[in-house]
Design a protein around this ligand. Sequence first.
Ligand SMILES: *Cc1c(COP(=O)(O)O)cnc(C)c1O
Length: 389
Amino acid sequence: MGSKTVVNNYGSFDVTMAYGKGAVCYDTNGKKYIDFLAGIAVNSLGHGFKPLVDAVSAQAERQIHVCNYFTSDKGVEYAKKLLAATGFEGVYFGNSGAEANEAAFKLARKYGFLNGGEKRKVIYTLESSFHGRTLATLTATGQAKFHPECFAPYAQGFKTIKPNDWKAIETAFDDTTCALLIECVQGEGGVNLIDPKWAQAAAQAARKAGAIVMADEVQTGFGRTGTLLASEQLGFEPEVVSFAKGVAGGLPMGGILFRGKAGGVFAAGDHQSTFAGNPLACAAALVVLDELLKPGFLDSVREKGEYICSQIKSWNNKNVVEVRGKGLMIGADIAEGVSALELEKKLLENGLLTSTAGKNTLRLVPPLNISMEEIDEGLKILKETLESL
Ligand SMILES: *Cc1c(COP(=O)(O)O)cnc(C)c1O
């Protein structure tokens, strides 16, 4: 642990980061790292991105916080732009991914209550999904390892369905189901892709049973997979989308988008948070969205992702079993007998920031504006490290 005075909840590595520029970070010893991590898919525009720094500095001078008694000019400006870009009708701002999903759950439960009474309460999520660390989002997370006994009792009214299991969708949903929540690309679960046809069929079955359909895009939104939302590529047209991580380029922000049957469910007082819609975060989010909407930006995310995947595949390294991804959300399954975590530590030593996911997958989620030079520099470290195993 870099600093003994900070509670070590994360099993952090013994590195204390100091500053960064683009997709390069430096620790307090001046050691350089290529950033294929982006603070876990958060620093969408890398480090020290001038327009972001300028917008945040200017907003800090004008106003940092107003509270939810009022709207802020930055909040309104961002909300309008986001709704126009995504085609949703409404947005609620919060501060993190778990909070965004909590808002989605509350909306789903109220929707169920208004459309079927007390019995329509069950929220379905997918096996091997990840939805956050609060009690309800942990319960919703479809992985047993996130449900240790010490935190019990867990929340009620959550069930899971196996992704890409066609048989399961025939019987899962009924008049007790209020929502189906799909994590569009399972990040923590191992960068698992969901079959678009299955997602569409599952959504159709859930809607037929009277439920709404929601997407957890906390890691995939916005722009990470080469489209603003990954659900666009899956084609199941969710009524609710939760977002967080990369939305404000590193400032804490999250929220939900809603439309159709999910519109008009929340009434004043149903849900709020003190920091929600914080103008500093909104000023940052505006810069991120403007950047993503520039012609060619999202295409370049897809192209860079394909380049990284094809490069890794072309090495035919025995330690990599499979490479897959969408845009700049990439997973490389590591061969049995080699630990992805050990590989991650070696890469850190060798100057490349990565993370692990699922059973034994190396996860690469670099800044969306990473340069080709930075990509090649990072890939060189990855190749040499894989060869040294
Ligand atoms: C990270 C993540 C969350 C939780 O977000 P926090 O900001 O850590 O609360 C929820 N869902 C998905 C898909 C995530 O990747």
